[in-house]
Design a protein around this ligand. Structure first.
Ligand code: CDT
Length: 317
């Protein structure tokens, strides 16, 4: 590699990362029962010397936006009012005692009444280093009885006004995104422009897409397509972690995976239940892409990309 233009090409910052995929969570499953499942995944992570585990979107409850309630507060029991709270503290304590960090998705109800689809990043010593609130909220606001099940995220969650950040953590630069965010190239590029090296993404993706069921058979393809592209085009590791399987009669995609900065899949779940997948992520590997093909400072042309930030919908010529 004497004539290589890539700096830092020797492995220096290798982080053992896991995706802690969950199978379905029933409507009547208690927080304590769910946390027992998260702890079992954490125990396995400790055995496998993992340093950071990604847990899914809304990892503490069933995917409650599939049901309509006239009163929006009808689902309040699915939200966390503090984190850690009395039940989730067990998870924080166990992770800190193992020296394992984690990301965790949950429904957040703030003291002033805001509702967000939130994900946090917790360091190996148990301190919360990041909070991310989902930016792209899919689905609909009102009951749509023609659907076999509802996707009322737009009723139960506000769009985050905060956008995408990247945090110094785990000896690297870590970003967070949630489910539908993974489908949008802006998600990755916003973090790419902050030098992100590892993005943790939790998701609940129903296989049946009511507005266009032809897409059902493509769910697995689209899942990989967007995360592989996001990883490659920004020279970053990506961890995609599902809550999959048949939950309250609705089938959700599993297929949790860890993607290298090359866009290649280095680990993938084989089940649609609780399962831990692990990969050693050399964060310096990102530079192979960040300093060559995707050397943003050298090759990007923001002066001709003005529409991306200034225009929302399509304006035809
Ligand atoms: N949770 C989430 O964002 N799910 C969406 C489903 C498709 S929109 C009804 C997703 O993008 O996977």
């Amino acid at each position: 590699m004497a004539n290589s233009t890539v700096k830092n090409s020797s492995p220096k910052r290798s982080l053992r990362v896991a995706a802690g995929q969950l199978g379905p969570i029933g409507k009547d499953e208690t927080r304590a029962e769910v946390i027992d499942r998260l702890l079992a995944l954490l125990d396995e992570a400790a055995d496998r010397k993992v340093e950071l585990v990604a847990f899914p979107e809304l990892a503490l409850t069933t995917f409650f936006p599939r049901w309509y309630t006239e009163d929006i507060g009808g689902h309040d029991h699915y939200y966390e009012k503090e984190m850690p709270g009395p039940e989730t503290k067990r998870l924080f304590d166990a992770a800190a005692s193992y020296g394992i960090g984690f990301s965790l998705g949950y429904a957040e109800l703030t003291p002033d009444g805001h509702r967000y689809n939130t994900q946090i990043l917790v360091e190996r010593d148990g301190t919360e280093v990041a909070k991310f609130r989902k930016v792209h909220i899919p689905g609909h606001e009102q009951d749509e009885p023609w659907r076999p099940f509802q996707h009322l995220e737009r009723r139960y969650f506000e769009e985050s006004p905060e956008g995408f950040s990247v945090w110094p953590a785990f000896d690297g630069l870590v970003g967070l995104a949630t489910c539908n965010d993974r489908r949008w190239p802006e998600t990755y590029r916003e973090m790419g422009l902050q030098g992100v090296e590892l993005i943790m993404i939790g998701y609940n993706t129903p296989v049946h897409y009511a507005p266009d069921p032809v897409q059902n058979a493509l769910q697995g393809f689209h899942n990989h397509l967007c995360m592989q592209a996001g990883a490659y085009q920004n020279g970053t590791w990506v961890v995609g972690v599902a809550k999959g399987g048949i939950e309250e009669g609705v089938e959700s995609l599993a297929q949790s995976a860890i993607y290298a900065p090359s866009g290649q899949i280095v680990a993938q779940a084989i089940s649609n239940g609780d399962e831990l997948i692990v990969a050693d992520c050399d964060l310096d590997w990102c530079n192979k892409y960040k300093e060559t093909l995707f050397d943003f400072a050298r090759y990007r042309r923001p002066e001709v990309y003005q529409r991306i930030a200034n225009q929302k919908g399509v304006v035809e010529p």
